[in-house]
Design a protein around this ligand. Sequence first.
Ligand SMILES: Cc1ncc(C[n+]2csc(CCOP(=O)(O)OP(=O)(O)O)c2C)c(N)n1
Ligand code: SF4
Ligand SMILES: [Mg+2]
Length: 276
Amino acid sequence: MKTVIDRYIREEMFPNIWCPGCGNGIVLGAIIRAIDDLKLDRDKTVMVSGIGCSSRITGYVDFCTMNTTHGRALPFATGIKMANSDLKVIVVMGDGDCLAIGGNHFIHAARRNINLTVIIINNMIYGMTGGQYSPLTPTGKFGTTAPYGNIDQTFDLVGLAIAAGASYVARGTVYNPRQSTSLIKKALDKKGFSVVEMISTCPVSYGKMNKMKLPVDMLKWVKDITISKKVWEGLSLDEKRGKYAIGEFLSKDRPDYTELYEEIIKKAQEMGGNKQ
Ligand SMILES: Cc1ncc(C[n+]2csc(CCOP(=O)(O)OP(=O)(O)O)c2C)c(N)n1
Ligand code: SF4
Ligand SMILES: [Mg+2]
């Protein structure tokens, strides 16, 4: 019997490239379940990704897909949405993809509030290239480029997305796939720039550098470092250190860029090209 997942994948692309125990498959499952629950029209659903292990996701799903260049998934997705605002455009990026090379695109897409859903698979490392630290690698943790511990302060992706102007912001984890499906559903349903950070596991590039060689060790770690938003709010600063709140952080209504753009085109047509 075919499962929900089977109905949406490109079987001919399997086996996938992901290492055993990688969290990417769990995120893929959560996205597909959310799309299936919402009964999105597959021919009007577009998935765009950059480059990285996480970005391989677009190769495995049977939607209209685009695997673009490292850090640039959002400009491609913006172009697609501006050309045809009827399409449901979903962007999947890695933490390095989204916040290192692609950081500028991310804050400006949020500022404009373009009607896209962005899912960032945060495994806290450059997985594909062998474990260099990223802007989301926790301070003090190890990477191949931080053999004595990372001294950088990390971005709070949730805080950044809210400050930059997103309409919907949530954080889930691969340890909580059901909750994550529900957060992704809400993000897909929201008009404007919606963001779901998915804390994920990379036992190979992150785990091996940080004393978590087994996939299950990494999953337990994700469980230990994450706390529901409700409990989080009652914690002291000391108790919050090194931990991540999960749940929904923002859902607000604000004009979406594609609508504003359509209005401006109409205005220009009505004025016959004569500016005020
Ligand atoms: C312009 C450019 N710079 C660098 C690279 C090399 N590169 C490929 S994937 C990657 C990082 C991937 O990390 P992340 O985005 O976190 O995705 P993950 O593999 O962890 O899912 C880098 C630096 C590239 N492909 N293109
Ligand atoms: S290197 Fe890490 S992120 Fe990439 S496929 Fe392997 S476990 Fe997953
Ligand atoms: Mg990564």
